[in-house]
Design a protein around this ligand. Structure first.
Ligand code: PMP
Length: 454
């Protein structure tokens, strides 16, 4: 394959035309649009902050893939670490034995996490991390004499992956409606915190909306606290298009959860490992949950990995029973895969050595100014930003839901910009290693695309 695609084919457009796309079923994609013209969307190679697609167009990776490659592509340090690992220990079973690299990674992740959260359970994706956290929450209550605490509370517009657990606590209608009979029982949703009429074009955290957390009191009163296991929210909603928590909102959720003995889970699959300028958004926002889910940026997206960081008391509850062959009947064949762990160590080394979380903090004002300069461009109804993320929301077009954003995304693939389209928004999370000029250039291309589309 490598020979056919990379070395002998000089006309990459011809390669894309030769590919038989029929057997391929693309996730979260318009397969019919993709297959009508796959060449723009077929990536052939990537290096640093750029992809090259099958038409030979070099694309700035404005979204770090799917929010997951902050160091850009094919980072030599990670390539080296992964190569070394595959030669020394390519795989170790994750049940009853473990790889040393993985054990060391748990220690490292615990050190980076907020104080008190220091037990790390590995999975392979964000979806698996979320389902793991929900099961830990339910198990914890059962083991501490509160077996009636089984309900979960998610939030409208929330995205927690596509497992039945994550889907059930998630709040994106399109992801839920086809699978209603598979919903986990006993889930309620907090209202989302987005109101365009009150917060359009606010920068960073909106001032309005903290009171929406009080809805949690209403849900607790409806079911009684003794039935509720956990609340799960993304500190910043990513997939819904960068919905930033109102000032004071998460603090209030924390207070209410503590008051009622409900566990608070932050899903930091997007925000974890530097995206907001701190290792975790919990640290930036000064609100400490009981569990954090993570994935994506821990390995720079090179090898899949996810996981849960739990408070020590939660872990101890599982260890408090009589000696058992297994204390928590849960795990994945590839939990803490040594290859992923090696990629993670190299990724964390680079974040640390180059102070890249500091760089995110330094780039945030530029990111904010550049994106907010799009206010007033045709059909732009909102701009939101937080850390090294931003979203531009467009008015819906007559062509149907999401079609304006989708067509701008498609035009970008011809004009040198890859971005994430989600609903009516275009979402951006450029690599931490982006230069100021690259961020300015990205916004300049976007401005042109928005104008052209109008
Ligand atoms: N939680 C959040 C907050 C996410 O953003 C995502 C993915 N974007 C997931 C969970 C699911 O992760 P995965 O696609 O790795 O299963």
């Amino acid at each position: 394959f490598q020979e056919r695609t990379m070395d002998q084919v000089t006309d990459t457009g011809a390669l894309a035309r030769q590919l038989n796309v029929d057997p391929y079923w693309a996730p979260f994609t318009s397969n019919r649009r993709f297959k009508a013209d796959p060449s723009d969307r077929t990536m052939i190679s990537a290096e640093g902050c750029y992809f090259t697609n099958a038409n030979g167009v070099k694309l700035f990776d404005g979204s770090s893939g799917l929010w997951c490659t902050p160091l850009g592509h094919s980072h030599p340090r990670i390539v080296e670490a992964v190569t070394k690992q595959v030669r020394s220990l390519d795989y170790a079973p994750s049940f009853q034995v473990a790889s040393a690299t993985t054990i060391q990674l748990a220690e490292r992740v615990a050190e980076m996490a907020p104080e008190g959260l220091n037990r790390v359970f590995f999975a392979n994706s964000g979806s698996e991390a979320v389902d793991t956290a929900l099961k830990i929450a339910m198990g914890y209550h059962r083991l501490t004499g509160n077996a009636t605490r089984t309900r979960f509370i998610g939030r409208e517009k929330g995205y927690h992956g596509v497992g039945f657990g994550g889907m059930s606590v998630g709040g994106i209608v399109a992801n839920r409606k086809m699978f209603a009979p598979g919903m986990v029982n006993g889930v309620d949703h907090l209202p989302h915190t987005y109101d365009q009429s009150k917060m359009a074009f606010s920068k960073g955290q909106p001032a309005w909306g903290a009171h929406l957390a009080d809805e949690l009191e209403r849900i607790v009163a409806l079911h009684d606290a003794s039935t509720i296991a956990a609340v799960i929210v993304e500190p910043m909603q990513g997939s819904a298009g960068v919905i930033v928590p109102p000032i004071g909102y998460l603090e209030r959720l924390r207070e209410i959860c503590t008051k009622h003995g409900i566990l608070l889970i932050f899903d930091e699959v997007i925000t974890g490992f530097g995206r907001t300028g701190w290792a975790f958004a919990a640290q930036r926002l000064g609100v400490v949950p009981d569990m954090i889910t993570f994935a994506k940026a821990i390995t720079n997206g090179i090898i899949p990995m996810g996981g849960v960081i739990a408070r020590q008391e939660i872990y101890e509850a599982f260890m408090s029973g009589p000696p058992a062959a297994i204390e928590f009947c849960h795990g994945y064949t590839y939990s803490g895969h040594p290859m992923a762990a090696a990629a993670a160590h190299a990724t964390l080394d680079v974040y640390e050595e180059e102070d890249l979380f500091g760089r995110v903090r330094a780039l945030e004002p530029l990111m904010e100014a550049e994106f907010h300069s799009l206010k007033g461009e045709p059909n732009v109804v909102d701009v939101r930003n937080f850390g090294l993320t931003a979203a531009v929301e467009l008015s819906p077009s007559a062509a149907g839901p999401s079609m304006r954003a989708l067509s701008i995304f498609e035009a970008g693939l011809k004009q040198g910009l890859y971005m994430r389209y989600t609903g009516e928004s275009l979402a951006f999370s450029p690599p931490f290693i982006s230069t100021e000029q690259q961020i300015k250039d990205m916004v300049a291309i976007l401005r042109k695309l928005i104008r052209d589309a109008a």
